[in-house]
Design a binder for this molecule. Sequence first.
Ligand SMILES: Nc1ncnc2c1ncn2[C@@H]1O[C@H](COP(=O)(O)OP(=O)(O)OP(=O)(O)O)[C@@H](O)[C@H]1O
Ligand SMILES: [Mg+2]
Length: 281
Amino acid sequence: MNTPVQPDGTLSPTLGPEQPEQPEQPMVRFAGVTKRYGELTVLDGLDLDVQEGEKVAIIGPSGSGKSTLLRALMTLEEIDEGVIEVDGEPLTHMPDASGRLVRANTRHLRRVRGNVGMVFQSFNLFPHMSVRQNVMEAPVQVLGLAKSEARERAEELLAMVGLEDKLEHFPAQLSGGQQQRVAIARALAMRPKVMLFDEVTSALDPELCGEVLNVIRRLGEAHNLTMLMVTHQMGFAREFADRVCFFHQGRIHEQGTPDELFNQPREDRTREFLSAVNEAS
Ligand SMILES: Nc1ncnc2c1ncn2[C@@H]1O[C@H](COP(=O)(O)OP(=O)(O)OP(=O)(O)O)[C@@H](O)[C@H]1O
Ligand SMILES: [Mg+2]
């Protein structure tokens, strides 16, 4: 699709074509998103709309751009072309006084990005803080929440992920699965509308994966959170996702319901990937 970038580097106010089959405004929109590292094109004119509350699993070979997609949505990577919107607002652009879209300033970026939370493969907890402090930190420092309120929120979320008895522990005193659940509670403490999970169980022993996936499953059921999950666990993707996107060479090569994608893949490349994954597991 054509990107709406104008020759002077600004964006035209119309962000991509109308999509009559999906009249709702998507919670997340990638339109013509391209990301390059030197000669290497990692995202190649990617289009993806995710509706509010939708659970999307992203699968695909190593190096196909899955993490880059999530990192771009977290503004951890700058994109070269196209537009990313969150809840109807362009992430990296904002309207100027005359209504034209120009590069976003830091304030705009922070505000729009505040709708998005991410959990990584490595848990990235603050090692010198207790579990409770880890979850309280950003709401106090970034949102300016009163400590008492942040504490209440932290304890509620830690109970939800089954760690109410670990509030005073430090990360090093927890198992990997427990640390990952703290990381999930910490991301949720910012009350995001969109949650991103990037292979959150890959660093865990198989017996610890289940507890983390259970938390994610419960989250999906209890909240109208929009979720994008990169995963190598086809079983979980099948059960959790409303839609599965197969990534290949920086594009969505094929997508569909779990049944369509796993049971009746149309593309050769998807079939090859799925049979390689099945053999490996
Ligand atoms: N900072 C960087 N500089 C240069 N190349 C990069 C950088 N980050 C990622 N890449 C390259 O971009 C491509 C896509 O990376 P990405 O991490 O998005 O893949 P992925 O689909 O998440 O793979 P995996 O399943 O192994 O996690 C890879 O070829 C990778 O080497
Ligand atoms: Mg990755």
